[in-house]
Ligand binder design. Sequence first.
Ligand code: SAH
Length: 266
Amino acid sequence: MTRRPTFPATLPTQGAAAGRTRPATPAATAVRASASVAAVRPQGLGLDSQAARERMVQKLAAQGLSHPDVLAAMGGVQRHLFVDSALANQAYEDTSLPIGLGQTISKPNVVARMIELVLAAPAFAQATSAAQRGRILEIGTGCGYQAAVLARVAREVYSIERLRGLHDKARDNLRPMRLPNVHLLFGDGMLGYARGAPYSAIIAAAGGEAVPDAWIEQLAIGGRIVAPVQSTAGRQSLVVIDKLTHGVQKAFLEAVQFVPLKSGIA
Ligand code: SAH
């Protein structure tokens, strides 16, 4: 089955196709072979993924996202490798995309916005590099895209997924990228992941009625939770919860649309 896009045609010359663990399809082999004969130029708009990412980052900046580490991380992760080949040409548009099992990968704008909020946490205030930032817990690994972005801004990323099919898909997607600081976990993220605690931040990609107590318990002092939660009339908003020495501080931000946070595994 051809799952990997031949998009972008420039990948082989960038060396990014090396290290893939999936068997090469005839089509992929053909692209690779022709790329080794001559430096293949992208055929038409949208085929050069680096350029497409740069355009995406420019749009993010125009939309008000400004943290240099976030913009660099968004520009560095090949989003098209996380979606089905039929959707690869939409990978750098500001749109959410299906990733299977009824789940979706968030819009780049929302991913960047949430990570920017995470990096503004008191615990990260003094940090100027990923290495200085602590451990982040992501609830809802999905296809693994956001985990790959987080891996570029934090020292350690723990990411938990309740659907076995997506946990396996994320593992397959991330394996060739060799990110030693990403730890994928299969389980119910509503319980957090106590063994990795305390976290400097917890970021959720699925929204429930409230933020589970376990997340607050597993957060370090000075740490921050960024999550979608149900607000009025079944609507969702982003909530930012800071854990301070004297309690928690909550702020509700803009409306968002995330898949539901569900308990248990499947
Ligand atoms: N960050 C993901 C987005 C995935 S969508 C990405 O970049 O692809 C949200 C994911 O949250 C779905 O895969 C869904 O199965 C998962 N999810 C929902 N409730 C969960 C829970 N309690 N624990 C772990 N994952 C959960």
